[in-house]
Design a protein. Structure first.
Length: 165
């Protein structure tokens, strides 16, 4: 949680300018931390409910044994559950990425992929719970897979949601 009050949340000016899903996907892929880490945002769906990313292993993003750094996998998955919820719940809600857990299952060689998808039922549950005025904490899970479809890592993120005011 940030130091500021839980009733304030703002988006930076560059991200605010990238208002369409396609523009944000391109902008994020060109963002220096993602560009340098080999992270590409392949698609953000028009309804902001699905995001697909990929990570290409590069010599400077690989660890001593030649696999994708675990930190790269974590940073590649960082903003997307929060982004999906912010865009779908709207500006009446505060949404923060609260904590993360990772389980590395096998070495991450080559090209990795991940997808984040939110269904209407989960959105309605979160909105209803937050509308009570209480904070809502919910875990979301993402699998990073290699080109053979094998799970390389599972990243779980706990998201905080609260209605403003």
């Amino acid at each position: 949680m940030p130091r500021s009050s839980a009733t304030h949340q703002s988006v930076g000016p560059i991200k605010r300018a990238l208002t369409s899903p396609k523009a944000l996907a391109v902008g994020m892929s060109l963002w220096p931390p993602y560009l340098g880490a080999g992270v590409q945002v392949q698609e953000i769906s028009p309804d902001w409910r699905r995001v697909r990313i990929s990570i290409r292993a590069r010599p400077w993003t690989s660890n001593y044994v030649g696999t994708v750094f675990g930190g790269t996998m974590l940073s590649a998955t960082d903003p997307f559950w929060m982004l999906i919820l912010m865009k779908n719940l709207g500006s009446d809600y505060i949404v923060w990425d609260r904590q993360v857990e990772a389980r590395f299952r096998k070495p991450g060689h080559g090209h990795l992929h991940a997808e984040f998808a939110m269904d209407q039922e989960t959105l309605e549950e979160l909105r209803a719970a937050a509308d009570t005025g209480e904070r809502v904490l919910r875990w979301f899970s993402t699998d990073l897979k290699n080109t053979d479809g094998q799970v390389v890592a599972t990243v779980r993120r706990e998201i905080y949601v609260k209605r403003k005011g």
